[in-house]
Design a protein around this ligand. Structure first.
Ligand code: NAD
Length: 479
């Protein structure tokens, strides 16, 4: 299948007629081609977006909200098609695509369809000076949205929905590794007659399309989710141009388990927070710290549970882990596993490629548990972003807090304890944008989402994203 760029409400091949192969990770086979677009395609999209902006930014809030509801409904009407496309493109179990990825993309559009109707200006009356200040929030203009491959439509829509709701026109780039549901989104936008040029979707490499979006002088804000290294590069390009930047980057999240936790709930959730989506969720708890008194018991029980996870064809019903997203990503994760002995780390379970009958060339890997000698080894310091977790025991709150925070990242943390004082003490001191106590991936879309330290700059979610995608303008009147 060949997909095309969506510009000004129509589909176009790349101007330079260059194409990339699209791989199905569960078979390792090429199953389509995607545009390898470049600066001229981005330029064409910017012209369309600029042309669309005056009318779009002047539509009533109710009208923009109605468009977002229409997009959500159109995705929901084709939920099965979207889920199938996501699974084939990404390798994730179809059950996950149906239950999490596509429903969440629908919720993103519905959430911002509602949220924009509640987003209002502030007024400050300055008594004694007969003055009133009011602060308008104006759409920025043309904005760029760049997203990664791990939760393709989920993260793509998490940016596009607030950007459109706030009255901007968008140039969006999905990951070249997983372009398919972005293409389906473009198709439904055309089917429902979304005004032309309001949303433009350009496919291709980060170094070409992503770079052109970042450099374009008329794109005034960039919302990016992806790796920390790419985020650094984007910041280096965009900061001297004084663009607004929202950067959601990598993580190396701690999962801290105390002996006084609700053990069964912790164990079940820890299996998910370790290996959901093959461990390719930025919020996965890849460093597991366990209080010494329950370390041996946890190790035994955790391995036993993980052994029961089935790795296989992601389209099959009973599969827990599908394929990793690409050959190069599989090789990167394997290299980390192979480095374990050199780091005096002990592979307790997994670590090997899995050959799935009928899908021999797919990128399958066992869920892998590694016992590490310290928090300082590369396995505990670098983001692996695959089905690999490490185990390390601790003796005190102080010790585990130092492990948790002694890393360049600060995206999320999970904490398992029934001691409310300890939960509060540690939550306050953990260097993470999101702390979950006795739960994981429990999201209320109104809350701020994002990381500290090298995990990013800014917050998405709720009114935070609407604030990002608008420019505040204060007007001061004396009467
Ligand atoms: P990536 O940084 O390689 O790519 C992300 C996107 O950026 C892709 O669309 C890519 O084409 C584009 N890109 C690449 N180079 C670019 C450049 N020079 N200029 C502009 N755009 C460029 O990341 P990935 O491998 O797709 O995704 C995995 C990473 O994403 C992990 O580090 C993960 O932690 C992170 N992530 C973070 C969050 C979060 O919310 N913090 C969520 C999901 C994933």
């Amino acid at each position: 299948m060949q997909i095309e760029n969506y510009i000004d409400g129509a589909f176009y091949p790349p101007i330079q007629n260059e194409w990339l192969d699209n791989f199905n990770p569960s078979t390792g086979e090429v199953y389509g081609t995607i545009p390898s677009s470049n600066t001229p395609d981005v330029e064409k999209a910017v012209i369309a977006a600029e042309k669309a902006f005056p009318a779009w930014s002047n539509t009533s809030i109710e009208e923009r909200s109605a468009w977002l509801f229409k997009i959500a409904q159109a995705i929901e009407d084709k939920l099965e098609d979207f889920a199938l496309a996501e699974t084939i493109d990404n390798g994730k179990p179809i059950s996950l695509a149906k239950k999490v990825d596509i429903p969440r993309a629908i919720s993103n559009f519905r959430f911002y369809a509602n949220a924009i109707t509640q987003f209002s200006s502030n007024a400050h009356e300055t008594t004694g000076r007969n003055t009133i200040n009011f602060t308008l929030r104006k759409p920025i203009g043309v904005v760029g949205c760049i997203s990664p491959w791990n939760l393709p439509l989920y993260l793509f829509s998490w940016k596009i929905a607030p950007a459109l709701a706030a009255g901007n026109c968008v140039i969006a780039k999905p990951s070249e590794v997983t372009p398919m549901t972005a293409f389906l989104l473009a198709k439904i936008c055309q089917e429902i007659n979304l005004p032309k040029g309001v949303l433009n979707i350009i496919h291709g490499l980060g170094s070409q399309v992503g770079q052109s979006i970042t450099e374009h002088p008329k794109i005034k804000a960039i919302s990016f989710t992806g790796g920390t290294k790419t985020g650094e590069h984007i910041a280096r390009t965009a900061a001297p141009m004084f663009k607004k930047l929202s950067l959601e980057l990598g993580g190396k999240n701690p999962n801290i388990i105390f002996a006084d936790c609700d053990y069964d709930k912790m164990l079940e959730t820890t299996v998910k927070s370790s290996f959901a989506n093959q461990g390719q969720i930025c919020l996965c708890g890849s460093r597991i710290f366990i209080e010494k008194s329950i370390y041996t018991k946890f190790k035994t029980d955790f391995i036993e549970k993980v052994k029961q996870l089935k790795v296989g064809n992601p389209l099959a019903k009973d599969v827990s882990l599908g394929a990793l997203v690409s050959k190069s990503h599989l090789e990167k994760v394997e290299a980390y596993i192979k480095s374990a002995p050199k780091q005096q780390a002990n592979i307790l379970y997994g670590g090997k490629k899995v050959t799935v009958e009928g899908f021999e060339k797919g990128y399958y890997l066992e869920p892998t548990i590694i016992e590490v000698p310290s928090n300082q080894c590369a396995l505990n310091q670098e983001e692996i972003f695959g089905p690999v977790v490490t185990l390390l025991p601790f003796s005190s709150e102080e010790e585990v807090l130092s492990y948790a925070n002694d890393v360049r990242y600060g995206l999320s943390a999970s904490l398992w304890t029934t001691n409310i004082n300890r939960a509060m003490r540690l939550s306050n001191q953990l260097e993470a944008g999101i702390v979950w106590v006795n739960t994981w991936l429990n999201r209320d879309l109104r809350t701020p989402f994002g990381g500290m330290k090298d995990s990013g700059v800014g917050r998405e979610g709720g009114h935070y994203a609407l604030a990002f995608f608008t420019e505040p303008k204060n007007i001061c009147i004396q009467y």
